[in-house]
Structures are given as structure tokens and as C-alpha cells.
Design a protein around this ligand. Structure first.
Ligand code: ASP
Length: 580
């Protein structure tokens, strides 16, 4: 080894030891008689000292070295006269006796400090320099520990980690596939897996009754802060289990991770149905760190000649505690917020219930004080509270109010990133109707089993069928989702028919799975966690990018290696691809 110690470990107890360290120059200070260098590696920073009086040549040499030079130094651990209690190595410094420059470095394009001066694009382009910064290092350490603890837990529970292929077959369901041309099979393409879904089900048919994999998945979707074209799942499947067995096993994994990573313990996670989540929070991934639940107000507010409410399918509100003092300006801001296209409401009605018991409202023309009293009672509002009400088409209005609720939660400081409130959302609808293409889509995926009691409804009212599907939600983020699967060929066939597949198409695309169901498929189900998101939630961040060593930007580009890129004519020819 080129070093005896790391830059993060030397303490008072090491004084007088002769040591050799390697690292990068974080910064140097030249104080005339003395020169100091902060030497950094993955483990920390150690101060090096050079004294002009008794080692002039070395001191001169040290002064020539620039930021991020890579050094190997020998020296003696000495007690600092000026101790720094904020640094783990702050009690000591190294009186250097020899320097070897292992490599020089150009001046980095941004400062490698916690608060850097580098913008996003620049840091992405020089990601290897960005990764030298503490924030990124801490994030990748967290990610590593999460994967180790995941493996520990699942291994303890008898799960086998089994790899499934990355070059698979394109299917039209779900998101768009990334495809890979096959040179040996001209005109044919592989697809990169959106998830190992069908393979893990085949592993169940094969008898590997507890499978998991920390696995890369690929989806060619439009990107957002919490999406990447390639991302990682903790993918799991179990045989001979009920839904509750799965929820318990993976609640166990989640609790294990919280205990190991954060020393937080939980009671059982609440379980609420999809319908209830939509009604109470307007979302299938509710943030339950705070209440501010929805109150439906059709009965209370319709029929008083306020046309907007009278014409609306749904009138629904939230009560913001102790916000009656909100000014005109603040209320205007909220109205502007709900009108943003991403939120989608036309306007917002407020009712202030002042401390003195009086009401002030944007619709006071239409309602009496008695009406407002009744409203306050319905919404659980007390003097001092502010009621915010939206109206319109039910689904759209719930979605908009959900956004407003989250906005209010943030404004009121009710969404602290170090508070965690996990829950299960269960009983999702099996299908979703799409007006544009005039067909049903699987809400989860086509392999999800309907609730057994709803199977007859598949013929008569498919939209009403509930699935044996569940999501794990933490702080308003969908962390994982899964379902009990169909394991019967006829039911799977029927499902494809409902999704508008011809028998031939279903056979061509998923015949391998349906055939396998004829060879003794056990009942099975599973779940997959978005591993990057899980890490981000643990780290208290919204951005999964911060937890990926080499992420892509918002246009799906890796600006460091400049990809995607054109390929040579000859490569194209070999692949039988013509670009017009
Ligand atoms: N394969 C599913 C997904 O990627 C998860 C599951 O059902 O296990 O969302």
C-alpha cells in the first residue's frame, strides 16, 4: 500500500507516529513562515504543516503545489497548537518530511467544496470532480448501506438473488421501451427491461419461491426530477403467499432499513384503500405527515345560487389551521398557485374564520353566517382557521386540491424531511379507461390479479374491478408497488382480451408466460421498490439524481460522456439500419 493511514483517522493517540498518507490537495495556506495543506481522501481531511525555519526546501516545494494535486507524503503526527474541534482529525497535524507528487491537476472548473460555485451542467460534465464533494460522497455511502442492509434482510428471509437478462423482448404495454438492434438477426431488436416482471414470475413457476434482485430497469419516458431513463429497483417475488404475507415481509424490510439507517422504529404501517386515499387526500400517494384532510362539500355549499359550485361535480375543501390571518396577497398567491397548468383549477374560494368568530370570504354574497357556521363545523374549522375550497370535475378537482394541500403543508412547515410516515395504499382499481384510445389499460400491469370476488365483474363492469395490488408510500412518495399475480392461463387470456389484445397478439407477445402457467404455476405475488427514490427519501431529498453516481440530465443525456451519440456508418450497416 502506498499509505499507512487514511486522511480521516489520525487522532491524539497517534502522536509521534511516522505515517504515510495519500490524497488530494483540498486547499493550501501560505502564512509566510508556515505553509499548511489540507489533504483530502474519501475518509476525511488531514492538515499537513511545513515550516520555513527547519525545512525550507520542502516548504518551498509545498508552495508550488496546486489544488487537487495528488500527493503521497511522509511525516510525523504532531499535536496542533490551534485545535479544530469540528474536524475528526482536528487535534493533530502532520509535520511532513517528504512529498511525492503522484499526479498534478488542472485547476478544477468549480470549487470542490460543500457550497460549490459550479452550476448543474458544469458539475454533470465533470461528474468525477463533483463526486469528490462531501454531499455526493455521503449520498453514495447511504446508497451502499441501503443495498447491503436490503441484501442482509432478504438473505435472512431465505430470498435468493437471481439475475435476469437485460436483452429481452419489446412489448407494447407500459412505458416506451429502449430497443437494441440485433446484428445477428437483421431487422430484429431486443428491448431493455422496464422491469424483470415476467422473468420473476417464471422463476416462481420454476420453484424459486423467494426471489429478489437489485436491478437496473429502463423506461423511455419523459423525464422529471424524480425520473431517470435507467433506474434501480429492489425487485421481489414470492410464492404460496397471500397479500398480507407480502405486506408483512416488505413492511419488515422497510422497518429494518429505517432501524439500521436512521435508528427509527415504527408500529404497523397504516393501510388505506385507494378509494379512501383519493377521498381523504385526493391522491393515491398521500403525504400523511400532516392532516388537513379533504371535506366534501356538495351538500353544504350547492343550491345557494353560486353558479360555480352549483355546476360543479364536486365541491371540496381543506382547513388550514390558524391561517385566518392570511393577507390578500397570500390568498392571491394561493389562487395563482391553483391556476398553474400543472395544478389545473380555475380558481379558489376562501373562507376566513377570524379569531373574533366573524367570517370573511370571496363568496360572502351567496352565503349567510349560518351557512359559514355549518361549513366550519363540517370542516372542523375553529376561529382562527382558513378554509380553502375548489370545485369542478371530481377527479381534476381532487388532484388540484391535493396540490394545494401539499403547498399549504410546505408553507406551514408540516413536511419536515426528517419525519417519516409510511403507509400502504391497497385495493387499487384493476383497470383504467383511456378516453383517447377508447380502451382499458392495466392500472398496475396486465399480470395483476383481480380480487377474487370481483372476477365476475370483469364481464359486466370492468371499471369497478379492484385489484389485489398495493403501494408503499412514504411522505407522499410512491416507494414501491406490487400485486398478487394471475397464475391461471384462462384468466390471463381474459385479461389480455379486456386490454384489447387479439388472441394472436397476446399469444405472440406473452405466449411464453401463458404457456408456463400450464406447467404448474404456483400462486404468487411480489413487489418492487424504486431504490433510487428510497435512497432519496432516506436522504431527505426530492431528487433521485443525487443518489446516482452517473445520472442523466433532463433530456436523457449523459453530458460527461456525451451520449446518446451518432454511430459510424459501418456500425449502422452491420446493424442493417438506414437513417433517412
Ligand atoms: N414490476 C412491477 C413494476 O415495475 C412491480 C411489481 O409488480 O412487482 O412496477
Amino acid at each position: 500500500m502506498l499509505r499507512t493511514h487514511t486522511c480521516g483517522e489520525l487522532k491524539i493517540a497517534d502522536i509521534a507516529k511516522n505515517v504515510t498518507l495519500c490524497g488530494w490537495i483540498q486547499r493550501s495556506r501560505d502564512l509566510g513562515g508556515m505553509t499548511f495543506i489540507d489533504l483530502r481522501d474519501r475518509y476525511g481531511i488531514t492538515q499537513l504543516v511545513f515550516n520555513m525555519d527547519n525545512a525550507a526546501a520542502l516548504c518551498q516545494q509545498a508552495r508550488q503545489l496546486g489544488r487537487e494535486f495528488v500527493l503521497n507524503i511522509e511525516g510525523t503526527v504532531t499535536e496542533r497548537s490551534n485545535k479544530n474541534s469540528k474536524m475528526p482529525t482536528g487535534d493533530i497535524e502532520i509535520t511532513v518530511s517528504a512529498i511525492t507528487v503522484l499526479n498534478t491537476a488542472k485547476t478544477p472548473p468549480f470549487t470542490i467544496e460543500d457550497a460549490t460555485d459550479g452550476g448543474d451542467e458544469l458539475r454533470m460534465k465533470y461528474r468525477y470532480l463533483d463526486l469528490r464533494r462531501n454531499v455526493n460522497k455521503t449520498n453514495l455511502e447511504l446508497r451502499h448501506k441501503m443495498s447491503v442492509e436490503t441484501r442482509n434482510y432478504l438473505h435472512e428471509q431465505q430470498f435468493l438473488e437471481i439475475e435476469t437478462p437485460y436483452l429481452i423482448k419489446s412489448t407494447p404495454e407500459g412505458a416506451r421501451d429502449f430497443v437494441v438492434p440485433s446484428r445477428m438477426n437483421p431487422g430484429q431488436f431486443y428491448a431493455l427491461p422496464q422491469s424483470p416482471q415476467t422473468f420473476k414470475q417464471l422463476l416462481m413457476v420454476a420453484g424459486y419461491d423467494r426471489y429478489f434482485q437489485i436491478v437496473r430497469c429502463f423506461r423511455d419516458e419523459d423525464l422529471r426530477a424524480d425520473r431517470q431513463p435507467e433506474f434501480t429497483q429492489i425487485d421481489c417475488e414470492m410464492s404460496f403467499v397471500t397479500r398480507d404475507d407480502i405486506l408483512e415481509t416488505f413492511e419488515g424490510l422497510t422497518k429494518h432499513l429505517f432501524k439500521k439507517m436512521k435508528d427509527i422504529r415504527f408500529d404497523s404501517f397504516p393501510r388505506i384503500s385507494y378509494d379512501e386515499a383519493m377521498q381523504r387526500f385526493g391522491s393515491d400517494k398521500p403525504d400523511i405527515r400532516f392532516e388537513m384532510e379533504f371535506t366534501e362539500l356538495n351538500n353544504a355549499l350547492k343550491g345557494k345560487n353560486f353558479k360555480v359550485f352549483d355546476d360543479a361535480e364536486l365541491v371540496v375543501g381543506i382547513c388550514a389551521k390558524e391561517c385566518a390571518f392570511y393577507t390578500r396577497k397570500q390568498l392571491d398567491e394561493l389562487t395563482e398557485f391553483v391556476r398553474k397548468p400543472q395544478v389545473g383549477a380555475n380558481g379558489m374560494v376562501y373562507v376566513k374564520y377570524s379569531d373574533d368568530g366573524s367570517f370573511a370570504s370571496s363568496v360572502s354574497k351567496f352565503y349567510t353566517d349560518d351557512d359559514f357556521h355549518a361549513l366550519a363545523e363540517l370542516m372542523g374549522a375553529l376561529p382562527g382557521d382558513l378554509m380553502l375550497i375548489l370545485a369542478g370535475a371530481a377527479e381534476k378537482t381532487r388532484k388540484a386540491l391535493c396540490e394545494l394541500r401539499l403547498e399549504m403543508g410546505s408553507r406551514l412547515g408540516l413536511r419536515a424531511s426528517d419525519v417519516f410516515r409510511p403507509l400502504w395504499v391497497i385495493d387499487f382499481p384493476l383497470l383504467e379507461w383511456d378516453d383517447e384510445t377508447r380502451r382499458y389499460y392495466a392500472k398496475h400491469h396486465p399480470f395483476t390479479a383481480p380480487k377474487p370476488k370481483d372476477i365476475p365483474l370483469l364481464e359486466t363492469n370492468p371499471a369497478a374491478v379492484k385489484a389485489n395490488a398495493y403501494d408503499l408510500v412514504i411522505n407522499g412518495v410512491e416507494i414501491g408497488g406490487g400485486s398478487i399475480r394471475i397464475h391461471n392461463k384462462d384468466l390471463q387470456k381474459k385479461m389480455f382480451a379486456i386490454l384489447g389484445f387479439t388472441e394472436q397478439d397476446a399469444q405472440n407477445q406473452f405466449g411464453f408466460l401463458m404457456n408456463a402457467f400450464e406447467y404448474g404455476a404456483p400462486p404468487h405475488g411480489g413487489i418492487a421498490f424504486g431504490f433510487d427514490r428510497f435512497c432519496a427519501v432516506f436522504g431527505g431529498s426530492d431528487s433521485i439524481r443525487d443518489y446516482i453516481a452517473f445520472p442523466k440530465n433532463n433530456s436523457g443525456r449523459d453530458v460527461m460522456i456525451d451520449s446518446p451519440s451518432e454511430i459510424a456508418e459501418q456500425q449502422l450497416n452491420e446493424l442493417n439500419i438506414k437513417i433517412r
